[in-house]
Design a protein around this ligand. Sequence first.
Ligand SMILES: [Zn+2]
Length: 172
Amino acid sequence: MANNKVTNAVNKLFAKIGDGFKRVPVPVVDIAEALAFRVHVLIPENIEEEYVSGIVMYDKHTIYVNENDSFERQRFTIAHEIGHIVLEHNVGKGKEHIDTRMKIHDPIESDIREIEANQFAAELIMPEDEVRDFWNDVKDIRRCAKYFACSFTAMESRLTNLRLIKKVVYEI
Ligand SMILES: [Zn+2]
């Protein structure tokens, strides 16, 4: 179920920084920079860090993404961290937020902030109008994912939420 608060936040962000940022693939690093955040890669130095997808340091205005993650996953992570920033998830939560792979790709349902940041990321890198237009042209999830520079799974879930495809139900 889409959360309107998140959709409004994405629209507000594009209105603030300009629709030029809606060009596909959506330039997530430029958007972070438009919000005065720098993006750096995290080079894991131990096992714990290998499980980190991204970090947002609110006070240092810096986002880190794991350099071992795929390009598509890094883009989603950056968009997810932008979500935490724009939705002001830091209020009362300290100076930094660490996202493990689990937190982003398999969040528990009660973790509202992670769910919101994921919805934000999906709507940011796969803008609704652009998705509808491109989908109508190609009707191919893989080509769509390539066009928007996101993972197949992220694309599939966005198309499902926009009711452009039916959720695949595996029956036993
Ligand atoms: Zn997060």
